[in-house]
Design a protein around this ligand. Structure first.
Ligand code: B12
Ligand code: SF4
Ligand code: SF4
Length: 258
């Protein structure tokens, strides 16, 4: 019976235009840093993880075009989160909760000021048989490669899990390490996040705080100039749309399945 329900859900998700979907048991979610799923959704049993291919926009040297492609994928995935959660509730009377694929994040110290998510999509994807770790500390999907984003809907029904991907998909070519402009991947098994952030989000929160620190120390005349500078306007735009990535290298240059 639950096999038939799983198949129905799978067909529904693929029908939405999602590239792949995997089912994982909550008991197999092994994120050492994010909180236990029980604290988010008591009684959750299954993670339904959706995988979507990034658009070729990420290859563009025009970073606004690259970022706009990312925003399109994220918007699509957020709508799939909602549709799937509602489908599970209406069709099967399961209780379902969608997880954030990126933001909002816990900005407190215990979550490293927004660097540890309430729900780790990479650990969920691995538990749902959608791939395994690459040298870039991202998840490589067997068919979609590295250029893939994940998002998850949790539900209280026990559905048959998919088998884990056993083979090592990373071919250890080291391209991600060599092409990282911030040398954030030099240490194996760890992303040096501050180094990544400096290059990948030049108008992110760290840059925003730096701007306002300089602003406080400036004269009224300098402050006026700062307010009309391209730097301030870029910070404003970045905060307004959520965030703005300026680097996609480790993700985009990985040669697996491209
Ligand atoms: C915060 C965050 C960031 C931060 C911190 C990155 C980080 N490494 O965690 C910053 C802003 C730097 C960032 C950058 C990027 N991110 Co980001 N980010 C997130 C977010 C919101 C939370 C991640 C989190 O909780 N990290 C904390 C812990 C879990 O990670 P950690 O400190 O690196 O440590 C773990 C891993 O390194 C892992 N690990 C590494 N190697 C190995 C090997 C083995 C054998 C094992 C067992 C474990 C393991 O174990 C560590 C402990 O758990 C997730 C979305 C989400 N909700 O999950 C997206 C997410 C991870 N990001 C993503 C992407 C694509 C990127 C970027 C490429 C940016 C871009 N331009 O798109 C870069 C890549 C950086 C990199 N190579 O690591 C995707 C990854 C998709 C994929 N294919 O895996 C995600 C999943 C978003 C999504 N919904 O798809 N990101
Ligand atoms: S997103 Fe760019 S800066 Fe960050 S780890 Fe990947 S290659 Fe390095
Ligand atoms: S670029 Fe090469 S080393 Fe890096 S994750 Fe992809 S296959 Fe592995």
């Amino acid at each position: 019976m639950s096999d038939a329900i799983k198949e129905k859900i799978k067909n529904y998700v693929i029908g939405l235009g999602v590239d792949d979907v995997g089912f994982g048991a909550v008991s197999e979610y092994k994120s050492p840093l994010s909180p236990a799923i029980e604290t988010i959704f008591p009684g959750a049993k299954t993670m339904i993880v959706m995988a979507c291919q990034e658009l070729s926009n990420c290859e563009s040297n025009n970073k606004r075009i690259a970022m706009s492609g990312r925003l399109d994928v994220m918007e699509f995935m957020k709508s799939c989160n909602y549709k799937l959660a509602r489908y599970l509730e209406k069709e099967f009377k399961f209780k379902a909760m969608a997880t954030p694929l990126s933001y909002p994040l816990n900005m407190n110290k215990e979550a490293r000021y927004g660097l540890v998510a309430d729900f780790s999509q990479r650990h969920a994807a691995i538990a749902a048989g959608l791939g395994n770790w690459g040298r870039h500390n991202l998840v490589i999907h067997p068919r979609l490669g590295s250029r893939v984003l994940f998002t998850t809907v949790l539900c209280d029904a026990q559905l048959p899990p998919d088998p884990p991907v056993k083979e090592d998909l990373c071919i250890q070519c080291n391209i991600c390490v060599e092409k990282c402009p911030g040398h954030a991947l030099d240490e194996e098994g760890k992303t040096q996040v501050m180094k990544c952030l400096e290059y990948s989000q030049p108008f992110g929160i760290a840059a925003n705080m730096g701007f306002w620190k300089r602003f406080i120390d400036s004269t009224p005349e300098e402050q006026k100039k700062m307010m009309s500078s391209p730097e301030y306007m870029s910070l404003y735009q970045s905060a307004f749309i959520g965030f703005q990535y300026n680097c996609f290298n480790c993700y985009m240059l990985c040669p697996v399945n491209r």
